[in-house]
Design a protein around this ligand. Sequence first.
Ligand SMILES: Cc1ncc(COP(=O)(O)O)c(C=O)c1O
Length: 364
Amino acid sequence: MNIGGELELNARQLTYTEFNKYNFDQFHTYYCGRSSVKHILQTINKKSFLLPAFLCAAVIQPFNECGVDCYYYAVNDDLSINIPHIKQILAKEKIDGIYIINYFGFPQKEDVQFFLKQLKRKYIIIEDCSQGSLIETKHPQVGTIGHFVFTSLRKYLPVPSGALLKNNSTYTLRRDIAEDNNFTENRLLAKLLRNYYVKQSSQENTVETVYLDIFRNEELSLDKHIEIAKMALISMQILNNLDFSDIINRRRTNFNQLATFFKLYFENHNCGSIIIDSLPDNISPQYFLIRIKTNRNLVRKSLVSENIYCPILWPYIVGDSNLIYKETVELSNEILCIPIDQRYSPQDMEFIIGKITNVLNRIL
Ligand SMILES: Cc1ncc(COP(=O)(O)O)c(C=O)c1O
């Protein structure tokens, strides 16, 4: 049993169904999230943006490619935006726009949302919903703030590529852009190979090496340069085939199962805590988030040896002195993201609980 890693893709998911008939007209489509941000930045032509200090390095790339100056605001350890810090920077620097992330598919708290909506009168806001909860339901709780709201799909849905962008601003984004093919084609192949790999009882290492290589190469080429390119048709078709209500139910059930377990566990073991313990309506996280006070890396490594892959979202971005905030560094050092996505059942959650408690009891 393998837990975590890229979502694989099977033949059924490639077959036409009637599930969503997704209305793409309300969106601009791109092959990846960064492509949508680059297109926004090229269109609005602003000079400086305020970004959160807790972020994935990829988020900064389009700003660098468009020559936009970046400033960073602190994020609290409950993943809420630090309002006093934003105010402090806005009072001191000339800022044109603000970038916000709905971490792990959860909306910002109401007071933060209120504050951001006030700022919207003066600053362009880009709202990043790349960790889900924007398109899975009819009444999303995220995506209500930004002039521009986008999600990158491939991290939380079994699509090879794709990002959707909603333009709530008065700017016009041109639509005559070419469709991506290479990135999608290669990742489609890798996802099918991964599906073959995870289904085998004796796992074939050559297959694993091939698909891991393809995924790695495609990420590397994206990290080198972002094109402005549309989402490939095949990714749109796969997205249309997905049964969102099943996906949401599975993730929410898994979340609640782990929340019940870890509440009790951390009451009796003082080695960590839950980061977000309740699940508002219409939110469907892909990970259950906990903090491990010491030896997080060792815990994570021991879980890898049990075939449970918990990504670090996100490692602290070393080397940029602008990004040194105590809360951010601590969060990056302690966070453990446990996969609870639609691939897994309640029995799989029991399996994970068993393995994690063994590891925690042994190491901590
Ligand atoms: C929060 C967040 N926003 C945006 C991106 C960029 O998305 P993409 O890799 O599709 O360009 C990422 C990528 O990891 C991300 O984690």
